[in-house]
Write a protein that binds this ligand. Sequence first.
Ligand SMILES: Cc1cc2nc3c(=O)[nH]c(=O)nc-3n(C[C@H](O)[C@H](O)[C@H](O)COP(=O)(O)O)c2cc1C
Length: 369
Amino acid sequence: MPDTTQPALTPSGQAPAAEAWAEFDRLSARGAAFLGTPYAIMGGAMSWVSERRLVSSISNAGGFGVLACGSMGPEALAAEIEATQALTDRPFGVNLITLHPLLQDLIRVCLEAKVGHVVLAGGVPQGQAVRAVKDSGARLICFAPALVLARRLVRAGADALVIEGSEAGGHIGPVSLNVLAQEILPHLDEVPVFVAGGIGRGEALLAYLEMGAAGAQLGTRFAAATESIAHANFKHAFISARARDALPSIQLDARFPVIPVRGLANGGSARFLLHQAEVVARVQGGTLTRDEGRLSIEHFWAGALRRAVIDGDVEQGSVMAGQSVGMVHSEQPVAEIIRELVDQACAVLARRGAPRPGFSSAAEKGRLG
Ligand SMILES: Cc1cc2nc3c(=O)[nH]c(=O)nc-3n(C[C@H](O)[C@H](O)[C@H](O)COP(=O)(O)O)c2cc1C
């Protein structure tokens, strides 16, 4: 396990300037304290990908892994939490989908396993779920898609928020992180706010920390990590892809809503368009009711993420990926990804504080100025 109590080394193998490290540490302090980790870097839950190995690796490397419950039932979730706890004694969280029919049972499983942080995803959580998480003593993290909802979630009891921009992989909202961050960060200080979507390098992490974010959540970069159980084809697709290949799913007809999901364009996404066109034609022709048509479109991707992640069918499966996929260049161990992010952030700070004639440090520059 890497020694995460020491500053990471720069890519050239040098320790970052102490001042740069101290500043990065200061900027990350709120998020790191909330998560109980050395770094305020969360590994976003990814269905089928964020299981015991990836999650424990992220936590062991000083980040904060989050298990994806997805469609798992209570017994499977209990087993996955226990297996993760066997691989790390560091904090990690559990991501539950609010629409899961057994949500209350899943929360109880988290309580019994003494999970410290529960993330409720996939919609604004109901009061009952919020209360159950809070009563369990776990910290509650929610997704806020806009400032009004962010405020409502904080009033309802959220202990931290994630704001996820449309650059992200998986299910997405309509607004980019660039805009969400400006809408929310300057106006909400009550709880730590983590940013997500399109973050692939430490410079971006630093920029958001300086805007007031408590930390960042990354998915895409970790999906292709060495410790990720994703199929080699899935990782290879990530390594080969450019940012422009990670596109949101397209809705053909407003009467048949499609929840936008960002992923790599492939044969499956082309077939999805054809399928929608066929459904629309059949409804218009009277051989399918509108409800049947909606269901048929909704079910098109059922099991498709598993097919890509586990079976390696990256041509017909759903290869969910964020635009940061363009910054995935190789399969790297999680610790190396985290170290790189920290190094890149510290390198910016070190350059800024580099001694110039008359100034010996950033701090001194401030005093003189
Ligand atoms: C393959 C994949 C699966 C995902 N599955 C989930 C999920 O099950 N639940 C969830 O809340 N977010 C999910 N996400 C979103 C991530 O948790 C994370 O917020 C997102 O990847 C961050 O943006 P990035 O991909 O640009 O790093 C998924 C993302 C990817 C790439």
